[in-house]
Design a protein around this ligand. Structure first.
Ligand code: RBF
Length: 343
């Protein structure tokens, strides 16, 4: 081969490398279509970030991991509240070829990603708060929300008993979905009934993830009916629940993040997910080429991804030492796996 031919060959090989990079494949890949040594991550928010800390934590964790690695870009794309549009939004993201990895968080995302993956098999997905095993392009990590809801029900029942109210607790949810109906609601009820088997749950739906006025109306109605403690899982509508409760002397249990400071004296519990850290760690794992696509992991209290905040000054001020002691020993029993609640 002549020298010029060799040079041409080398140039061609180099260009091919730049153009096609290492997109896809089983490793994190060194190059995306945006150029050599660029990894592009699309963060799909199934809803909007504002009012939904579970999504804020997702974006923060991925962006923290991206910022630590040169050549990694992470872009947030909000899918909006129309759930019927999510699949076409994710399809467009995959079809664009702009993202080495699509990251999201929601129990409905695995099914959507599987559908998109059948059309774009090279697209890789990292999904939190959902579960699907066996698709080579999809990794999922689901939280043990039975533990999370059980801890919420336990503190709610302890506080409600202390207030000598009727043995009925509130749960304001945005909408029904399998994780809510089959895991969170029963977990909350079981946690409450572990304190006293007489507890029942007043379970009501807002109908969306943003309507704070509707959240307040529902909470007021519950409180008028004798409910003194309410768990709210309704995104932006939680604000209305909190407002109604604080105006009427009722108490609220927060879910997903530390909510004590949002209503000092009113918020009496925070059963949380360490979603920022999970998103950060799983993104790092992907970037290192170690994310086990095809597998589905479930993590809980003992793994350090589900918790209950016991050391916040507002918790110490809002709840008696006896209640904190009882709640603390429950958490310890779950953490040590002495109490196995299942998934
Ligand atoms: N949680 C939110 O905080 N905000 C949302 O907009 C939101 N949208 C959801 C849409 C669907 C279809 C489903 C199944 C769940 C949604 N969640 C949302 C709930 C979230 O996945 C999780 O269950 C709760 O945050 C409790 O951890």
């Amino acid at each position: 081969m002549k020298r010029t031919e060799v040079r041409k060959m080398l140039l061609l090989v180099a260009l091919t490398g730049v153009l096609f990079g290492c997109r896809g494949g089983s490793s994190g890949g060194a190059a995306g279509r945006q150029g050599a040594h660029t990894v592009s991550i699309g963060i799909f928010i199934p809803g909007v970030m504002s009012g939904s800390p579970i999504y804020e934590m997702l974006a923060q964790g991925v962006q923290r991991a991206a910022a630590e690695t040169i050549g990694v870009v992470a872009t947030v794309i909000e899918g909006g509240y129309n759930q019927a549009e999510w699949e076409s939004r994710v399809t467009s993201m995959a079809a664009s070829g702009d993202y080495n990895l699509i990251v999201s968080s929601n129990p409905s995302l695995p099914a959507i990603a599987a559908e998109v993956s059948s059309k774009f098999p090279k697209q890789q997905f990292l999904l939190l708060d959902g579960e699907l095993a066996g698709n080579p392009g999809i990794y999922t990590m689901r939280y043990n929300q039975r533990e999370q809801a059980y801890m919420a029900g336990y503190i709610a029942a302890l506080v409600s008993s202390d207030l000598r109210s009727a043995s009925r607790l509130g749960l304001v949810a945005a909408q029904e979905y399998p994780a809510m109906n089959n895991i969170i609601l029963p977990g909350y009820r079981d946690g409450a009934q572990a304190v006293n088997p007489a507890f029942t749950i007043d379970f009501r739906l807002v109908g969306n993830w943003f309507d704070a006025e509707r959240g307040a109306e529902i909470a007021e109605d519950m409180i008028l009916g004798g409910v003194k403690v309410i768990l709210c899982i309704s995104g932006g509508a939680n604000e209305g629940v909190l407002k109604a409760a604080s105006e009427r002397g009722a108490k609220v249990v927060w879910f997903d993040i530390n909510g004590y400071a949002l209503g000092p004296g009113t918020v009496v519990g925070s059963a949380i997910l360490h979603q920022e850290r999970a998103a950060y760690e799983q993104t790092k794992r992907y970037l290192a080429g170690n994310l086990p696509f095809g597998s589905a992991e479930v993590v809980g209290v003992a793994d350090g991804y589900v918790g209950f905040i016991e050391d916040d000054p507002n918790y110490l001020a809002a709840v008696s030492p006896e209640i904190r002691k009882a709640q603390g020993s429950l958490i310890e029993r779950i953490r040590s796996r002495e109490l196995d609640l299942g998934e």
